[in-house]
Design a protein around this ligand. Structure first.
Ligand SMILES: Cc1ncc(COP(=O)(O)O)c(C=O)c1O
Length: 359
């Protein structure tokens, strides 16, 4: 009988680390450089709730990316970053204009409405992107007490459909929103993928063009967990500190969130990871284009490929690789690459796709 006092470490590994799919960049593990940074931050005592050395240093690192007035508030997850940001940017009677496909509208379990108390005013978009014209469909009625008051425009970069706004497109949105007295929030759960795709610094399409508050994403780009609300325009928010705690997003051992973001941002890890994930999506898209009967639905500009193919083919393929239907009725699927997706993963998936299409 095994001695219970000598449990082998590998007995606690409950999965095969060689198996990767195309379901989500959230399925990936943690980048080894981030794990190493976490180990370095371990040991000793550090002041809790954000007064630690790591969170202090994170501010300097954020300044190097977003300028000296940027202030980062680390949080646990992307939903939390969005809910805290949007609450801080609106009055109790305020509303947020966003794309119908926005994560805040379709994938946050109603948290912006129920936790944040926010009204979302949604607009259908062909490609996940808002424009000044699309914003105008909801930007009215500021003096009408029967209507929640549009106070914020929230955009996602890159979008939930894998498309990327150009800096000029974001500038046009910011100018328009500001002209109407509204502020602009950017959900940057995949901001690194967008920067890698555009090949510009992150500030080029955020504070430089007028974005007021950013939800900065780390998790999808190699962190275990950890995002940050980055306030780019201090005049656009109120009570951020208090709202973060009130919204259950204040980590007591914050050093372990901050050091992950520092590990991503102090050097070029954020960019290396994002460039790699994007390159794997390009490789995948190129292979898919050569398969008759499979249609790519949106421009592949970041780390996601959206496709339409016979539903039964997808169902068979899902037995071999994990991925999600995006629109079950239409047979649309999303294939997503991560920082750890390999060329062999992509090639094996393409082979399986061809085999299942030929059956
Ligand atoms: C665009 C976007 N925003 C926000 C989030 C929220 O992240 P979390 O699941 O960490 O709350 C996600 C997660 O998939 C996302 O894709």
């Amino acid at each position: 009988m095994a001695d219970p006092t000598t449990v082998r470490t590998d007995a606690r590994r409950h999965h095969d680390p060689q198996i990767r799919g195309f379901a989500s960049d959230n399925y990936a593990g943690t980048h080894p450089e981030i794990l190493a940074a976490l180990a370095l931050a371990n040991g000793g005592h550090q002041i809790a709730y954000g007064e630690d050395e790591y969170t202090g240093h994170l501010q300097c690192v954020m300044h190097s990316h977003f300028g000296p007035t940027a202030e980062a508030f680390p949080v646990f997850n992307g939903t939390g970053a969005n809910v805290v940001s949007l609450q801080a940017m609106t009055d109790r009677w305020g509303a947020v204009i966003c794309a119908e496909s926005a994560h805040i509208n379709v994938d946050e379990g109603g948290a912006p409405e129920r936790v944040g108390g926010l009204k979302l005013l949604t607009v259908p978009t062909p490609d996940g992107k808002l424009t000044p014209e699309l914003i105008d469909r909801q930007a009215y009625g500021w003096d009408d007490e029967h209507r929640a008051m549009p106070q914020v425009v929230s955009i996602t970069q890159n979008t939930e459909l894998g498309t990327v706004y150009t800096p000029g497109e974001i500038r046009a949105i910011c100018d328009h929103a500001h002209g109407l007295g509204m502020k602009v929030h950017l959900d940057g759960a995949r901001i690194a993928n967008a920067a890698a795709s555009l090949d510009v610094p992150m500030r080029t399409f955020t504070n430089t063009v007028g974005v007021d508050v950013l939800s900065f994403g780390g998790t999808k780009n190699g962190a275990i967990f950890g995002e940050a609300v980055v306030v780019l325009n201090p005049d656009a928010v109120r009570a951020m500190k208090h709202l973060r705690k009130l919204s259950m997003q204040l980590a007591s051992k914050m050093r372990f969130v901050s050091v992950q973001l520092e590990a991503l941002l102090a050097g070029d890890l954020w960019l290396r990871n994002a460039r790699h994930a994007n390159a794997m999506a390009q490789r995948l898209a190129e292979g898919v284009r050569a398969v008759d009967g499979v249609e790519i639905l949106h421009p592949v500009q970041a780390n996601a490929v959206f496709a339409r193919l016979p539903r039964e083919v997808s169902e068979r393929l899902q037995k071999r690789f994990r991925f999600y239907f995006w629109d079950e009725a239409a047979g649309d699927v999303r294939w997503m690459c991560a920082f750890d997706t390999t060329e062999d993963d992509v090639d094996a998936f393409l082979l399986a796709l061809k085999e299942e299409m030929a059956r």
